[in-house]
Design a protein around this ligand. Structure first.
Ligand code: LLP
Length: 414
């Protein structure tokens, strides 16, 4: 099913034409399809139907409340990396009891907050973190549920900034230290060892690294069982890629199937922490062409969205498809699609063949994940509005930020 289609040549999200959304809410504006989100969630849920499982949506991919709420209503759990994300989950109607806490730098206040909320599990990444968690749980008179995030030293074959499973990465506990650390955790008074966790990177387009990582994990899981450290769940992380251009990631069902085969007849509950594969292709960034600059060397389309709205091209040289909302019949030119920010790295796309006029609307595709959640206010640009489409309805889920909001926390000297 495609939720972004053309009707009478105009680009629609479900049954709403994008120019209607621009008229109602202005640009730049993120637009999401609720049905696409629900379908993506169901593709995981169905593939896991025969196993005890929990899908913990990685909140960092897009932490807007309405998105968390749509997923919470489907029964989703959450993967968080800060106390702030935990507050969002709760505010959006998510269940802390279905929430796992990842990340290398959990602060004391993060831990207190998560223990008080009663989260499902802390994915612990170092010996020092284990000690800190034990102490804080003791102070609160609680027992903290823990997994160790193990670093399996597997090459994810992805962009180096988003690969996390190699030895040299800051993430997780090295495999060779994990057994000893599990023994330590099991002996700590205020900790309960409940699982194991691993996440090797993001935007992976093949199954093999996931399977290799799981096989390495299982050697440890089986060994722990012989020491009566029995885990109730295995958290296999997130990381499945999506198609931006011509990537061919495996379908969710194949990816899950390969992992479940590797798991064999072990009875553990399985957790996944998908972000991008749940929402990446459910959203677009809608923008308007401000100026066209045609030159002898290059043509520029200056649009009203910029690197502060969608940072992925500038940060990772990421490629996002760019489509006109209403195509023109005039012959195309090759454009650098750029924003108004004062940096040469402020581009949304290089060398795009488009037929454009000033004032045209364009859609930057596959922008649902790591778009809005990584947006900044650089150049004192208010963050974009966000709209969720459901069938023929459009709902404003985040107002465009105002300049006064941007300055509201600031003070002049006396
Ligand atoms: N679990 C953990 C512990 C993670 O660190 C991440 C992502 C996920 C799950 C979700 O991974 P996903 O299913 O979305 O691949 N900003 C980058 C991506 C950074 C990913 C960070 N960790 C981008 O725009 O490509």
């Amino acid at each position: 099913m495609n939720y972004f289609t053309r009707k009478d040549t105009r680009l629609h999200v479900e049954n709403v034409a994008l120019d209607r959304i621009a008229d109602a809410y202005g640009t730049p504006c993120y637009v999401y399809s609720r049905a696409a989100m629900e379908a993506a969630y169901l593709s995981y849920d169905r593939a896991l139907a025969r196993r005890d499982h929990l899908i913990c949506y990685a909140v960092k991919a897009n932490s807007s409340l309405a998105i968390l709420n749509v997923l919470a209503r489907m029964g989703s759990g959450f993967d968080i990396v800060s106390g702030g994300e935990l507050e969002r989950v709760i505010q959006a109607g998510g269940d802390p009891g279905k929430t796992v806490f990842s990340g290398v730098g959990k602060s004391e206040s993060d831990m207190r907050q998560a223990l008080s909320a009663g989260i499902l599990c802390f994915n612990v990444e170092s010996a020092s973190e284990l000690k800190r968690l034990d102490r804080i749980a003791g102070e609160l008179g609680k027992s903290a549920p823990v997994s160790l995030r193990v670093n399996p030293d597997v090459d994810a074959n992805t962009h180096p900034y988003i690969a996390t499973g190699l030895k040299e990465s800051k993430f997780g506990v090295p495999m060779e230290d994990a057994l000893a650390l599990y023994r330590t955790a099991a002996s700590m008074a205020n900790l309960r060892v409940v699982g194991i966790d691993c996440h090797i990177g993001s935007q992976l387009t093949e199954t093999l690294p996931f399977v290799t990582a799981l096989q390495k994990l299982l050697v440890l899981v089986d060994r722990l069982a012989t020491e009566r450290i029995n885990l109730s769940h295995l958290d296999l992380g997130g990381g499945l890629g999506i198609r931006y251009r011509d990537e061919a990631p495996p379908p969710v069902s194949d990816y899950i199937q390969a992992l479940m085969t590797a798991l064999g007849d072990r009875k553990h509950k399985v957790l996944f922490e998908p972000g991008r594969s749940l929402i990446g292709n459910t959203g677009i960034l809608l923008a308007r062409v401000e100026y066209l600059k045609h030159g002898t060397h290059r043509n520029f389309a200056v649009i009203d969205a910029a690197m502060n709205d969608l940072m992925r091209p500038a940060l990772y040289d990421a490629w996002h498809d760019i489509q006109p909302v209403q195509p023109r019949s005039a012959s195309s030119r090759r454009y650098e699609v750029v924003g108004p920010v004062c940096e040469s790295g402020d581009f949304l796309g290089h060398d795009r063949d488009l037929s454009l006029a000033e004032g045209d609307l364009i859609a930057i595709m596959s922008a649902g994940a790591y778009g809005m959640s990584m947006a900044s206010n650089y150049n004192t640009r208010p963050r974009a509005a966000e709209v969720m489409v459901s069938g023929g309805e459009m709902h404003l889920i985040r107002e465009r930020e105002s300049i006064s909001q941007l300055m509201s926390a600031e003070r002049l000297l006396p």
